[in-house]
Design a protein around this ligand. Structure first.
Ligand SMILES: Cc1cc2nc3c(=O)[nH]c(=O)nc-3n(C[C@H](O)[C@H](O)[C@H](O)COP(=O)(O)OP(=O)(O)OC[C@H]3O[C@@H](n4cnc5c(N)ncnc54)[C@H](O)[C@@H]3O)c2cc1C
Length: 381
């Protein structure tokens, strides 16, 4: 790579007296920048991003506007207190309302088409547990979502969707879907509109805090300075903060070409959420399968493996579209940030640095709120 020094003019015009520098232009970094700029219009708020676009999870996810399937909630209740579980559900629900409010349903193509969880005959025990808890969950959710019934049985729709090898369907009335790309494009436009400066192709390699602020060294050897730095690099966080408890988790995704008369409509969770699929207009998007090789998928490298690709294609032809001709149009992968605990890490790391990472598979839902929480942590000192 050709190394070119920053000129006097460039330093003066672009990077002088930066009040807040946010690393990472994903959903968290951009929401944090917007919240800071709204509260401190006079601040110079700069977001730097290593990719030409944000290249992590925010532009590569499945766009489920979800707050927990029944098996996910039951699983969470086995490791966390009820208060923690419903607290996180509430955060996800409120976060989704915040995202919709901020960007507008039209801009993000929000579709309130509901979600479904699929059960195979061999998942009888898990299905029975869901039946036993359905009423209790609906009562708990009523207080959060205002919906009188969130979860209900929809076995009759198995046939309508044309699924193979599925015995039961549980419907979630509160779930929706968005167009992930449009959501991010709009968020970026909103940030720029209110005066946040966003620069791409800038990869941070080192941070050096001092009593006066933080020195930021980029991979191309440019050196910047800022009074406050926020690290919002999610699955890549340990590159800059080796001790933060976040691991990368790659997810592989495919989308089919348009399928005339596609019956699948909504968001769908299969095999306890290890696989997920939805319609994108008349295409089908399918992702997941990290459970097949958890260690191998703990990587910061984008890419695919035959093991997971084969399984996803098999699912398409045997379970999701068993009687329908389809062609795969495109594959991609995204990197999430996960940890032993499900909650994000939002904290101050010293007088001039803070961090907001580990969004897991919930970033669409909680990204807006976590960004705002991170802004509070940064501004409140
Ligand atoms: C395939 C997939 C499907 C998903 N589906 C859903 C879903 O349906 N619903 C849901 O709620 N969540 C889903 N998620 C999770 C959700 O996308 C994430 O939780 C969310 O996008 C995280 O946002 P973020 O801003 O924290 O991180 P990111 O979007 O990863 O942003 C971090 C940014 O930091 C940049 N960066 C990293 N290192 C550096 C550096 N050194 N210098 C400069 N920039 C750097 C990266 O390029 C990246 O753009 C999914 C994730 C994946 C991968």
């Amino acid at each position: 790579m050709m190394t070119v020094n920053l000129s006097f003019w460039e330093k003066e015009a672009f990077f002088k007296e930066v009040d807040v520098l946010i690393i990472g232009s994903g959903i968290v970094g951009l929401n944090a920048a917007i919240a800071i700029k709204e509260q401190k219009p006079g601040y110079k708020v700069v977001v730097i991003e290593r990719g030409i676009l944000p290249i992590g999870a925010s532009t590569r996810n499945a766009g489920f506007a979800c707050f927990g399937s029944m098996t996910e909630l039951l699983d969470d209740l086995s490791t966390q207190t009820a208060d923690q579980v419903w607290g996180l559900v509430e955060k996800r629900w409120r976060g989704l309302q915040r995202l919709r409010e901020r960007l507008g349903d039209n801009h993000i193509q929000y579709r309130p088409w509901g979600g479904y969880e699929l059960f195979r005959p061999e998942e009888k025990k898990s299905y029975e547990a869901c039946q036993a808890y359905m009423e209790e969950f609906n009562v708990a959710l009523r207080a959060i979502t205002g919906l009188s019934t969130t979860f209900s049985n929809k076995d009759q729709e198995v046939k309508e969707f044309g699924f193979g090898g599925i015995q039961h369907l549980i419907h979630n009335q509160g779930e929706g879907q968005i167009h992930t790309g449009k959501m991010m494009a709009h968020l970026l436009a909103l940030a720029r509109d209110i005066g946040v400066e966003v620069y791409n192709g800038m990869e941070v390699s080192e941070l050096e805090p001092s009593t006066k602020g933080v020195s930021i060294r980029l991979k191309n050897n440019w050196q910047l300075k800022a009074d406050q730095v926020m690290i919002a690099t999610n699955g890549f966080a340990t590159q800059l903060l080796p001790k933060v408890a976040v691991k990368p988790a790659r997810n592989q995704v495919l989308i089919t070409k348009p399928i005339p008369g596609l019956k699948v409509k909504g968001t769908f969770h299969y095999d306890r959420g290890f696989f997920y699929f939805r319609n994108v207009n008349d295409r089908l998007l399918l992702g997941g399968g990290r459970c097949l090789d958890v260690e191998g998928e703990e990587t910061e490298t984008f890419g695919f493996t035959p093991l997971i690709q084969d399984r996803l294609q098999e699912l398409l032809s045997t379970v999701i579209l068993p009687n329908t001709a389809f062609e795969i149009d495109q594959w991609w992968s995204g990197i999430m940030g996960v940890g032993d605990q499900k909650n994000p890490v939002v904290e101050r790391l010293g007088p001039h640095m803070s961090v907001a990472v580990r969004l897991g598979g919930m970033g669409v839902a909680i990204g807006a709120q976590i960004g705002e929480e991170a802004a509070r942590v940064l501004l409140d000192g």
